[in-house]
Design a protein around this ligand. Structure first.
Ligand code: TXA
Ligand code: MG
Length: 391
C-alpha cells in the first residue's frame, strides 16, 4: 500500500463541464502521463485514472481502491485511432458497436495487444476498452496522450461515486488529483459487451441496453452471472462481477411483487383488487397512483414498520410518486418510478446516504427490469445480496 500514504490530493473544479478548457486539464494530463492517479468524471460514474500501459500505475490504482488485483481495469480512449494499438484485432461486432455507440456508456472486450500489461488486465489475454462521451473525460484522455485505465473511483466495497464529493470521501490523501466535473449524468457503470466470440455477450448491464443490442444483432447473449446469485463453481466472464460488489452497512431487502399479485391487482372482482381499490379510495390516492405502485409502497411500508416495532433503526428506499404513502421515520426517494433514468441517476447516492445514516435495515421498492431497469435491478440485487421479499 506504499502509494496510499500521505499524498496531498489536489482538487480542481471545471468551470463549464460541457466545454472544459485545456488549461484546466493540462496538469491532470501531466500527472497521468507521469504515472500518477487522477479521478475524473465520466457520463456513467467517476473513474480513478492511471496510465493503462504502465503496470506500476495499475498497481497504484488497486492500492488506492483496496481492490483485488485480479479484477481487470477498463482502458479509456478518446478516439478510434487510439483503439488499434491496444487490441490484436477488431471483430466485426466491435466495429458495428463502436460506430453506433461510441463515444458512450459502452465497454467492449477485445483480444489484447502486447503493449497492454497483464497488470492492467488482471492477467487476462483480453482488454476492456471504453470511449466515454463526457467532454471532461474525453479531453483529459486526449491530452494525456495515453490510454487511461479507470475503475470506478470508490474504495472497493463502497457504492460507485457519482459526484466529486463521493470521490473525495474515498480518495482524499490516496491519489494526486480529483477533477470535479459536477454530478454525472447516467449514474450506473457502462454496459460491458464481450465481442471476442461468435455472438456478442453482455457481461454487465448498463445504459446501452440488451434491447438496443438485440436490435443491432438480432439477439445477444447474457452472461449467466448477471442474472442471479452466483452458483458455486460458475465463473463470471467479467471477473469484477464475482465480488459481492457493494453491501450497504444496513441489511437491504428488495420487495418485489409476484406475477400473480400483479395479475390480481388488475382483475376486477378479485379479493386483492377490491382490497387495494378500497385502500386507495380511503387514502384519496386513486387518482394519483397506479395499483402496482400503491401496493408496492404499502408492502414495503408494512415490512419496515414491522421491523421498526422491534426497536431496530429502519429506512426505506421509495420514489417521488410513493413517498407520501410511508409512515416509517427514515425514507429516501431514489427518483421517479416513471423514469428509470432518474432512478439510475440517484441510486448510488441514496445507498451512500443510508451508510451515513447508520440504519440497521433497509427496505427498497423494486423496479421493472426492462431496458435501463435491467442495470438498476442488477445493482440493487447485488447490493441486497439477492435478498428479495416476494409479496
Ligand atoms: O462506467 C464504467 O465502466 C466505469 C467508468 C469509470 O468508465 N468504470 C468501471 O470500472 O465501472 P470498474 O473497474 O469498476 O469495472 C470494470 C468491470 C469489472 O467488472 C471487470 O471485471 C470488467 O469490467 N472487466 C475489465 N476487463 C475485463 C476483461 N478483459 N474481460 C472481462 N471483464 C473485464
Ligand atoms: Mg466498480
Amino acid at each position: 500500500m506504499e502509494h496510499t500514504e500521505k499524498i496531498k490530493t489536489k482538487r480542481i473544479k471545471i468551470e463549464d463541464v460541457r466545454h472544459p478548457k485545456d488549461e484546466e486539464l493540462l496538469e491532470a494530463a501531466q500527472i497521468l502521463r507521469n504515472g500518477g492517479l487522477v479521478a475524473f468524471p465520466t457520463e456513467t460514474v467517476y473513474g480513478l485514472g492511471g496510465n493503462a500501459l504502465d503496470a506500476d500505475a495499475s498497481r497504484k490504482i488497486y492500492a488506492a481502491k483496496g481492490r483485488p488485483s485480479d479484477n481487470p481495469l477498463i482502458a479509456h480512449i478518446s478516439c478510434m485511432e487510439e483503439l488499434a494499438p491496444l487490441v490484436k484485432e477488431i471483430p466485426e461486432a466491435g466495429r458495428v458497436l463502436a460506430e453506433k455507440y461510441w463515444p458512450g456508456p459502452l465497454t467492449m472486450i477485445f483480444p489484447k495487444s502486447d503493449i497492454v500489461p497483464y497488470g492492467t488486465t488482471g492477467g487476462l489475454d483480453t482488454v476492456a476498452v471504453r470511449m466515454p462521451s463526457d467532454p471532461v473525460a474525453s479531453r483529459l484522455i486526449c491530452l494525456a496522450g495515453v490510454p487511461v485505465a479507470a475503475p470506478s473511483a470508490n474504495t472497493s466495497g463502497r457504492p460507485s461515486p457519482t459526484t466529486a464529493d463521493h470521490v473525495w470521501q474515498d480518495m482524499n490523501g490516496k491519489i494526486e488529483m480529483v477533477v470535479d466535473g459536477g454530478a454525472v449524468g447516467i449514474g450506473v457503470e457502462s454496459t460491458i459487451v464481450d465481442v471476442t466470440g461468435p455472438v456478442p455477450v453482455i457481461l454487465r448491464p448498463g445504459a446501452i441496453t440488451q434491447e438496443m443490442l438485440d436490435e443491432l444483432f438480432g439477439r445477444v447473449e447474457i452472461d449467466p452471472a448477471i442474472l442471479g446469485p452466483m452458483k458455486d463453481g460458475v465463473r463470471p466472464k467479467a471477473p469484477g462481477m464475482k465480488y459481492k460488489h457493494y453491501a450497504p452497512k444496513g441489511d437491504l431487502t428488495l420487495v418485489e411483487l409476484k406475477d400473480e399479485t400483479i395479475e390480481e391487482l388488475y382483475k376486477p372482482g378479485s379479493a386483492l383488487y377490491s382490497r387495494v381499490s378500497r385502500m386507495m379510495t380511503d387514502s384519496g390516492k386513486s387518482w394519483k397512483l397506479d395499483p402496482e405502485s400503491f401496493y408496492m409502497a404499502w408492502a414495503v411500508n408494512e415490512e419496515a414498520v414491522r421491523m421498526e416495532k422491534t426497536g431496530a433503526r429502519v429506512g426505506v428506499i421509495c420514489t417521488e410518486e410513493t413517498m407520501d404513502e410511508y409512515t416509517v421515520a427514515v425514507k429516501r426517494s431514489i427518483g421517479k418510478r416513471s423514469s428509470a433514468d432518474s432512478v439510475a441517476h440517484n441510486l448510488y447516492a441514496v445507498l451512500r446516504d443510508f451508510d451515513d445514516l447508520g440504519v440497521d435495515y433497509i427496505y427498497s421498492e423494486s423496479f421493472s427490469d426492462s431496458d435501463l431497469g435491467h442495470a438498476i435491478m442488477n445493482r440493487l440485487n447485488k447490493a441486497a445480496g439477492y435478498h428479495i421479499l416476494k409479496v
